[in-house]
Every structure is written in structure tokens, then in C-alpha cells.
Design a protein around this ligand. Structure first.
Ligand code: NOJ
Ligand code: CA
Length: 639
């Protein structure tokens, strides 16, 4: 879509004009996704004027404290000027990260080298063989910096030192070297929307009102009983806490111990760029950047609109998910932090919750000089659902989402992922209680791996995904550690409903220790794992050529051997019911990927003329494809 000249949009414009703007399109898509309404509902209203929609909906959607209706809020967002990108797209070799397979390590739960219950850097060093055998290209480590650990390291106290429980700076240097000497790259997690309250900047800011660091955060004067605005925290409760010490309110979009940095302050931006340069100098290949689209807040921090609250059960996000200076800040950080002396740039991967495909293109389009990749979360839950719902995920949504993102992003590269440390396990989402059937579990895990590793884009695996890990059968809140889950339970009215929601969506499902051996003793782990189905440890799967791990290994090898499967063209060939067939091709080879995303065997949509490279099932009738399975066929040497 060609971004249209957004400033011309007014109440006299039509819905279709709004949909032609990047932010307008994303906002409308988001409303459809959250409400579960089908896309066709837009057809009869496309030609209506926004003013008409405003008159029709104003009473129902309400007005904010500034008197603005929902349509006015959307109009404001859609007409916000966005930095023009002047850069030409550099010609030359494709950047390495486009064809890469990343592997996310959640260090506290990856491998514990000294038996204190907390995974550590030496544990990673000792298990690098697993990653080399899997043949991933780049490791991403969730935070390993010094932190009080209220949010498992996403609350940083010192950006230039390693958390003692994780190891030492020497260990980290050794890990960086060990990766590089094995042809692996390594990136870290840059958490700079906020710091821990224990960061010396914040400590100086609260003890000395005249310290420059007072301007690093959002302090607001007022009365202890009236927060400065109605924004909510992602971890329950208001986004403001009164600090007796500072005699002021302080903003935190997450836990009260994670205080937001004010990026409109140039000193904050200089500090962040210096942190990035510090780590680049130590050999890091880039960063995943935590909630990086939240760094620019609307001036004056206006109240959130009541309808957004009704829709999302959350207030204020429209004032910072795509803030006024976001693009400028990212471009500056790319220049000042991520660009090395030789002109090359370390990879910038934005964790960008709340954005859609179009804002993703503005943030990561080639030549825009901002991010390289963005994580778009719209694929993780099917329309009308959030991760707190106990529902069965339909894999058709995943395939549609990635196909659509590719079609609509000719200028931006898609990041493919189905899991991370903030989400339940995908196999459990698809199968529910049926995930207790080991054969079904392995089958679905392989199918999901096939979809991800034969799609166009950069693949991100999360530790344990390559084993077909499933959710942890937690039996009570005492088994949970995650601040988000615990706050949610603490603030709930109904214990049963809250527990059902937390059991469906808790981030702790992804955070139990990696199962290295069948009889691993996790009893001392900071978050023990109790899920013990035989055959789902690294040791067992290494020895089994039919395992999920073996399947992931062979797929990654295939993807590396044939660029068509990573960077090649992607074309939807056919679909029907649960069956989808897509093609990947480049100058060297052409492939067809057929998937059956439902439980029942079906007649194949086509019988490709070519050599079956691999298949997740041993179906003998060549006219049929088994339930939950995939067939990859090499159909030609070239396009
Ligand atoms: C996103 C991270 O992935 C999550 O784990 C964390 O709690 C929040 N950002 C806040 O840093
Ligand atoms: Ca340890």
C-alpha cells in the first residue's frame, strides 16, 4: 500500500481513505482482530464519511476526558506526521539476518552449570553443541544484566554488568568468543523503555530533585490520591505510583519497579546509544529491543479513551504504541549506536507489541534507516481471542497471517515466530489437553516447525520449541513466579476465573527448565518443570531419528542448503478447508509445501510432479495427506 498523504484526512474523508493510511489500516485491523469480526463487515461502510461513522458511533463508544470521540482519536493517530526516510536502499549482498534462524535463550531456564537452580552463562557455553548441531545462526539471550529480578531481568539495574547469578563479564566474553568461533552470532536484549527503580539514575532522581537524572523519567507533581492520568500498567493496576521519597508520581507501563525513561530527553538517548556502543565493542552482533515502540509518549500524557479500555481492558496505549517521535528516535539510535565505525550496522530487532503490518513497514522498511525486523504479535492468537482465553488455536490463522504479511510487505522483511518467553507453548495452544498424547504432540510440533521453517522471513525459535515442549501442568499460584500472572491473580475478583485465565496464558509455561535429560532433577530450579512425558528431552530426541528435534535439524539444514526456502519468493498455490499449499522458489530451486492443519486425513489438493523431500507422516496413499502433517516436495531446479 502506498502511504497516502495522511495530513489530508479529515472528517469528510471516507473509511476507505482511512484504510489507505498505514496507521488507520492497522488500527482498524486491530479492532477486527480483537473483536473477532470478519473483514467483510468493512465492505458496506468503506464509502461512508468518517463524520458519519462518528455520528453513528459516538454515543456507543463514548468520549475521552478531552471530549474526543473514538473516530477523532483514530484520525489524530492516522494523521500524525511520520518521518520521511531519505535513504536509498543499499545495493549489495543481502544482510545475513534475512536467511538466519535465530534461537532465543531464556538464560535462567536454559542450563544451570552450578546447581543453584538458576541457568547461567557457563550453562550456555557447555550446551553450545546442541545449538551448533541444530545449526541455528544466531543466539538471542533474554536479559543477563544486573537486575533485582522483579521481571526476570527485564528490570535492569546496570546495563554494563552481568547479573552475578548468570556469571561474570569474563564468562560473557568467553560465550561471545565461543559463539563466533563456531560460526554463531549472538545478540542481547536491550530493555530501555524502562529501568529498574534500583538503577542509579532513578536512585539519584528520587533523592536529588535537582539531579539531571530527574529528567530521565516521568515524574509528575500532584496529590497522592490522584494519578496524573488514567493509564493502566500491563501488569495490572495504574501505570503510576506515588513515590514518597520523590514526593511525586512516577510512570511505569509495567511493574512499579520498572520505571519508564523519558526519551524526549536527549541525555537519555545519548545514554542508550552509549550502552549499545559498549556492547558492540565487546563483539555483540545486535540487539532485540524490548517494547521499543513504546518509547515515545504523546506530549502532556493525555488520558486514554474509554472505548480502548472497553476493547482491550487496558487504557492509554493509543498515546504511546506509535508515539510522535518514535521514528526519529530509532533512526538516531541506528546512527549513533548501532552503526559501527566501518559503516556496517548491528542488527536491530524491535519487539513491537500492538503494531500491525503497516506500522511494521514504517518501522522496518528497507531504506527507512530504523529497525531491521519487527515482532508483530497478531499471529499469536486467533481473532477474538487473547492468550488469557482457554481456546484451541487454529493454525490456519498462522499461515494466513504470514502469507498476508509477506504480500503486504514488499519493502520489509517478516520475522517468523510462534513462541517466546511471554507466551504459552504453541503445541498446547493447538492441541489443548490432547497434547498429552505423545504421538499427536510430536506430529503437531513437526507441522508447526515445517510451517515456520518453510515460510519467507527470518525464523526465531524459542528454547524447547525444537523438542515440542508443552505447557506446564501448574496446580496452583504457589508454583508460579511471573509478576504478570501473580499480579493478575492478586487483582482478580473471581479466583476460579482468574486461575483459568492465568493457566491458559501464563508466561511461566515457557519458562520452566529446558529438559536436557529424561530424568533431570529440576526440584531446585527457580521455576521447576514437572512435565515429564518420556521422549521429550534433548538426550532422548538426539538418539531418535524420528524425533521433533531430528525434524527441526533436517529442516534447518534444508533451509540453509536451499535459499528458496528462506529468501525465495512465496506464492500461495491452493487452499481448501484445512489444506494449504504454498510455493517457494528462487533461481536455484522450486518447492511446494503442503500442509494439513486439521486432525483428519484428506485428499491432497494436488499431486506435485517432483521428488518428495520429506513428510511428517508415513501415509502410504499418495492421494491423501494425514491429519496435522506436511509434505515438502522439490518440484524443480528453478522457477
Ligand atoms: C516484553 C518482554 O518480553 C517481557 O518479558 C517484559 O516483561 C516486558 N517487555 C517488560 O520489559
Ligand atoms: Ca546457576
Amino acid at each position: 500500500m502506498k502511504p497516502q498523504h495522511t495530513r489530508t484526512l479529515t472528517m469528510r474523508s471516507r473509511v476507505r481513505d482511512l484504510l489507505a493510511t498505514p496507521v488507520g489500516r492497522d488500527v482498524v485491523d486491530k479492532v477486527l482482530l480483537f473483536s473477532g469480526a470478519p473483514r467483510w463487515v468493512l465492505a458496506p461502510v468503506r464509502h461512508l464519511r468518517l463524520g458519519t461513522i462518528d455520528r453513528l458511533t459516538r454515543r456507543w463508544t463514548g468520549v475521552g476526558t478531552d471530549g474526543a470521540s473514538l473516530v477523532e482519536v483514530v484520525l489524530r493517530l492516522a494523521t500524525m506526521p511520520v518521518r520521511e526516510a531519505g535513504q536509498a536502499v543499499a545495493s549489495g549482498p543481502e544482510p545475513w539476518w534475512k536467511s538466519a534462524v535465530f534461537y532465543q535463550i531464556y538464560p535462567a531456564s536454559f542450563a544451570d552449570s552450578n546447581g543453584d537452580g538458576i541457568g547461567d552463562l557457563r550453562g550456555i557455553i557447555e550446551h553450545l553443541d546442541h545449538l551448533v548441531e541444530l545449526d541455528v545462526d544466531c543466539l538471542w539471550l533474554s536479559p543477563i544484566f544486573d537486575s533485582p529480578g522483579r521481571d526476570q531481568g527485564y528490570d535492569i539495574r546496570d546495563y554494563r554488568s552481568v547479573l552475578a547469578a548468570m556469571g561474570t563479564m569474563d564468562d560473557l566474553d568467553e560465550l561471545i568468543d565461543a559463539c563466533h568461533s563456531r560460526g554463531l552470532r549472538i545478540i542481547l536484549d536491550l530493555v530501555v523503555n524502562h529501568t529498574s527503580v534500583e538503577h542509579p539514575w532513578f536512585q539519584r532522581a528520587i533523592t536529588d530533585p535537582s539531579a539531571p537524572e530527574r529528567g530521565y523519567y516521568f515524574f509528575r507533581d500532584g496529590q497522592p490520591d490522584t494519578p496524573p492520568n488514567n493509564w493502566r500498567s500491563f501488569f495490572s493496576g495504574p501505570a503510576w505510583t506515588w513515590s514518597d521519597e520523590a514526593g511525586a508520581w512516577v510512570l511505569h507501563l509495567f511493574d512499579a519497579s520498572q520505571v519508564d525513561l523519558d526519551w524526549s530527553n536527549p541525555s537519555v538517548r545519548d545514554e542508550v546509544a552509549a550502552i549499545v556502543r559498549f556492547w558492540l565493542d565487546r563483539g555483540i552482533d545486535g540487539f532485540r529491543m524490548d517494547v521499543i515502540n513504546y518509547i515515545s509518549k504523546a506530549p502532556g500524557l493525555p488520558d486514554g479513551h474509554p472505548f480502548v479500555e472497553r476493547l482491550l481492558e487496558f487504557t492509554g496505549i493509543e498515546h504511546y504504541f506509535h508515539g510522535p517521535q518514535l521514528h526519529e528516535h530509532l533512526a538516531e539510535l541506528r546512527r549513533e549506536g548501532f552503526t559501527r565505525a566501518d559503516g556496517s550496522t548491528a542488527v536491530m530487532i524491535g519487539e513491537t507489541p500492538g503494531i500491525g503490518v503497516e506500522i511494521g513497514r514504517l518501522l522496518s522498511g528497507a531504506g527507512r534507516g530504523e529497525l531491521d525486523l519487527v515482532f508483530n504479535f497478531d499471529g499469536l492468537d486467533t481473532p477474538g481471542h487473547t492468550r488469557w482465553d482457554d481456546y484451541r488455536y487454529d493454525l490456519r490463522h498462522l499461515v494466513d497471517f504470514w502469507l498476508d504479511a509477506n504480500v503486504r510487505s514488499p519493502d520489509a522483511w517478516v520475522a517468523l515466530f510462534v513462541e517466546n518467553h511471554d507466551n504459552p507453548r504453541i503445541v498446547s495452544k493447538v492441541l489443548g489437553s490432547q497434547a498429552s498424547d505423545p504421538a499427536l504432540r510430536a506430529q503437531v510440533a513437526k507441522l508447526i516447525g515445517t510451517i515456520e521453517l518453510t515460510m519467507r522471513g527470518t525464523a526465531f525459535l524459542f528454547q524447547g520449541q525444537e523438542l515440542g515442549a508443552i505447557n506446564e501442568p501448574f496446580t496452583g499460584p504457589d508454583q508460579l513466579r511471573d509478576v504478570e500472572s501473580l499480579n493478575r491473580l492478586a487483582g482478580a475478583n473471581s479466583d476460579d476465573a482468574a486461575w483459568t485465565a492465568v493457566l491458559a496464558g501464563s508466561r511461566d509455561h515457557a519458562r520452566t527448565p529446558v529438559r536436557w535429560t529424561e530424568h533431570q532433577d529440576d526440584s531446585a530450579a527457580w521455576l521447576p518443570g514437572h512435565e515429564r512425558t518420556p521422549g521429550f528431552s534433548v538426550a532422548a530426541q538426539r538418539a531418535d531419528p524420528d524425533s521433533v528435534l531430528a525434524w527441526y535439524r533436517s529442516l534447518i539444514a534444508l533451509r540453509h542448503e536451499h535459499s528458496a526456502l528462506s529468501t525465495g519468493d512465496l506464492t500461495l498455490i491452493r487452499r481448501g478447508g484445512h489444506l494449504v499449499v504454498w510455493q517457494r522458489s528462487d533461481a536455484e530451486s522450486t518447492w511446494l509445501v503442503e500442509v494439513n492443519l486439521g486432525p483428519r486425513a484428506r485428499r491432497r489438493l494436488l499431486r506435485p510432479d517432483g521428488q518428495v523431500q520429506c513428510s511428517t507422516s508415513n501415509q502410504t496413499d499418495e492421494h491423501r495427506i494425514s491429519g496435522w502433517s506436511a509434505i515438502i516436495t522439490k518440484v524443480g531446479p528453478a522457477r
